[in-house]
Design a protein around this ligand. Sequence first.
Ligand SMILES: C[S@@+](CC[C@H](N)C(=O)[O-])C[C@H]1O[C@@H](n2cnc3c(N)ncnc32)[C@H](O)[C@@H]1O
Ligand SMILES: [Zn+2]
Length: 381
Amino acid sequence: MKFVRHVEGKTTLFVPQASVTVDPPPTSPVFFNPAAALNRDITVALAAAGGGRTFCDSMAGVGGRGVRVAKEVEGVSSVTLVDFNEPALRAGERSARLNRVAGRCSFELSETNAFLASRFGRDQRFDYVDVDPFGTPIRHIQAALAATSDGGVLSLTATDTAVLCGVQEGTCRRRYGGSPLNNHFHHETGIRVLLGAVARLGAMLDIGAEPVAAHSTRHYLRVFVRVRAGASRADAALKGVGSVSWCHHCGEASSGVVPSPVCPRCGKKAKVAGPLWVGKVTEEETVRAAARAAQEKGLARAATMLGSLVGVDGFPPWSFSLERVCSALKVASAPEDRVYRALAQSGRRVARTPFEKTGLKTDAGYAEVVEAVRTAARSGI
Ligand SMILES: C[S@@+](CC[C@H](N)C(=O)[O-])C[C@H]1O[C@@H](n2cnc3c(N)ncnc32)[C@H](O)[C@@H]1O
Ligand SMILES: [Zn+2]
């Protein structure tokens, strides 16, 4: 197979030629996805903000993430890259040499869980573990949590978005133990279902898993959690697990520890998502520091993405869709900035949701959003 040089961030990687000429890139014999550059940029920024020294890229492929961390994150002294695909790992070794970070990188030809299980010992864990599978990360979560040091960070990618975002509800319940929502805030709900599963799997091991950051695209969901050792931290984390109800009849949403199957506004049957994470999805100081780190490193899109997460925890765990409200009101459209202004004028906070393509987050209820859309649509005529 032919490998070519490919520059990402400040690193030159050896990647399969087909991965930069064919879209989507082939998954075999070796996989590399140039479109995941933003995903890796955000990892670099959060690793830089986190201050850990040891990093495990537990599904490394050609080492795009691990080699970049070794090269671009000051303070990381050792990166361990794991994969059961030998040609992929060999390409990673070549990239490490090319970037002069081979001394900081070690390569393990191994199954991920088998390797992580060999690093459960207290002095053998990593300050940072990344799990980046094809599909669901669920079967690797406990091994990865247990191989992350107390105070360290675990990051997970899930590409089974159809499952977590509500297209395959039964599979989501079986796989993650929580119900998703197939609506206009399905990505946020998917992120929260995944975070809820991580918190519950961690609690079984006396580990508290507290969110640091999360982001999503159409193709994947990504979460970062801080690992805290101890039964009391595990109990504390479980307090963040609850449910979100959404009424498809009238548009109202609510959340709480106990599921609310009846809409508080119209009294009809609501759809209940969960158990899922209803607590904070960010560690705000870390996200701010990561946004700054991304800016300093010239990773502009990562800086914007991370910046958009700042303040998100001031809002309830859902968003509203202007298109949906407009269609319910039978108005053609309402200019977004006018809707925002109308809500702000009635003392409400409002921001774009960072988790969906469109949608707004606000501390206002559905009725107030409807009123703001009416006002905006009128003044738009
Ligand atoms: C999505 S790719 C990783 C991409 C890489 N992290 C990057 O950012 O370029 C998934 C990789 O995980 C490896 N993999 C999947 N399941 C594995 C397992 N159980 N043990 C070891 N490697 C595994 C595959 O060989 C593949 O290289
Ligand atoms: Zn209702």
